[in-house]
Design a protein. Structure first.
Length: 352
């Protein structure tokens, strides 16, 4: 048995114990990949389909660091916006929100609430006006705290960011993200872009949605993103574990100064730097009971997605771990992954 086979056994145990129907794990250092396993099933309803290494996952909130933050970096690098510019420079905002900056939105310190079920009301309006309506609703929300004084994780921050980026550039945020991916050399599954025909079964299934009354597969799970046309600043990205790994590896190269062709290293250093007690610009950092486990260094960044996706990247050790699952298939009530993630990450780090 090689040194990584026990990781596969742990993943198979996760399937057997109902922690997730299936998963793909990829881990390594830069271009050197040491672990790439797939286990279980990409769907179980209406019939089982074995999980493949190249299964396409709904990345959920990984959209925040892997798409919206990249767009922010591009706009800052091109001097179209700056981090400490107030959003009131671009859109009318109520008095209590005039001090909110791009930095605060990116680091979850704006004071906006975490989440609201806007989709229930939003679906009654024509699609073309929904982005404007949802932003009007967000701006009417009561702040939880004065902007910049604390932090709380918020989808609303990133929905607002995507609207601002579109307002400032006059372009769809998906177009800007797509342009960045193409420059970075990706043309497969980010944002559902593909040079080959993708079948429904190529996607890992998510929830039997009570609102849409069907198994969600190949379309965004997040209801607010779905009601906005399938994509927003907080959710809507799809990809494979290998592509997520490769993107993180490219970002790490730019951070280290080994590349600077797309993003200047200084931009990455700012975006990967802790801005408050927990958040960088778009990324999470390890906490006492973190999903990263105990062996990632303090200088690490990561993110979780509601569908069962996660990334952790150790900036000192240059180790990347991408763990994608369909833990909400067929129902979101399954929370067992919370205890499993730190155990898995510790086992991976011990061996790498």
């Amino acid at each position: 048995m090689n040194q990584y086979e026990e990781i596969r056994i742990l993943l198979q145990k996760g399937v057997k114990e109902g922690i997730f129907p299936g998963a793909v794990l990829i881990a390594g250092s830069g271009k050197h990949i040491f672990i790439h396993f797939s286990v279980g099933y990409s769907q179980k309803i209406p019939y089982p389909v074995p999980m493949k290494k190249d299964a396409i996952f709904d990345l959920a909130s990984l959209t925040k660091p892997l798409s919206t933050s990249l767009v922010a970096m591009k706009l800052i690098q091109e001097k179209i916006i700056s981090l400490d510019l107030s959003i009131s420079e671009f859109i009318p905002v109520p008095e209590d929100k005039k001090d909110i900056t791009f930095r605060m939105l990116l680091s979850h310190s704006s004071g906006l609430p975490s989440w609201r079920p806007y989709y229930i009301r939003l679906s009654k309006y024509p699609l073309k006006i929904r982005k404007k309506i949802i932003v009007d609703w967000i701006l009417k929300e009561k702040l939880l705290f004065y902007p910049g004084s604390r932090e709380t994780y918020s989808d609303l921050d990133f929905i607002l960011l995507s609207y601002l980026f579109e307002k400032i550039t006059g372009r769809d945020i998906k177009e800007i993200a797509e342009e960045i991916y193409n420059l970075l050399g990706f043309s497969y599954t980010f944002l559902g872009i593909s040079k080959k025909k993708i079948k429904r079964e190529d996607f890992s299934a998510t929830e039997l949605c009570k609102w849409r009354k069907r198994i969600i597969q190949g379309e965004v799970h997040d209801e607010n993103a779905f009601s906005l046309g399938g994509y927003s600043g907080h959710a809507g990205l799809f990809s494979t574990a290998k592509e997520v790994y490769d993107l993180c590896s490219i970002l790490l190269d730019h951070y280290e100064g080994e590349r600077g062709d797309i993003f200047k290293p200084d931009i990455l250093k700012e975006f990967f730097k802790k801005q408050n007690n927990r958040w960088t610009l778009g990324w999470d950092t390890p906490t006492k009971n973190s999903s990263s486990g105990k062996l990632f260094s303090k200088n690490s960044i990561g993110h979780l997605g509601f569908t069962g996706s996660s990334i952790w990247m150790d900036l000192d050790k240059k180790i990347i771990v991408v763990f994608l699952t369909n833990r909400i298939h067929p129902g979101r009530e399954n929370q067992k992954i919370k205890a499993f993630r730190p155990i898995l990450h510790d086992e991976v780090m011990k061996r790498i």
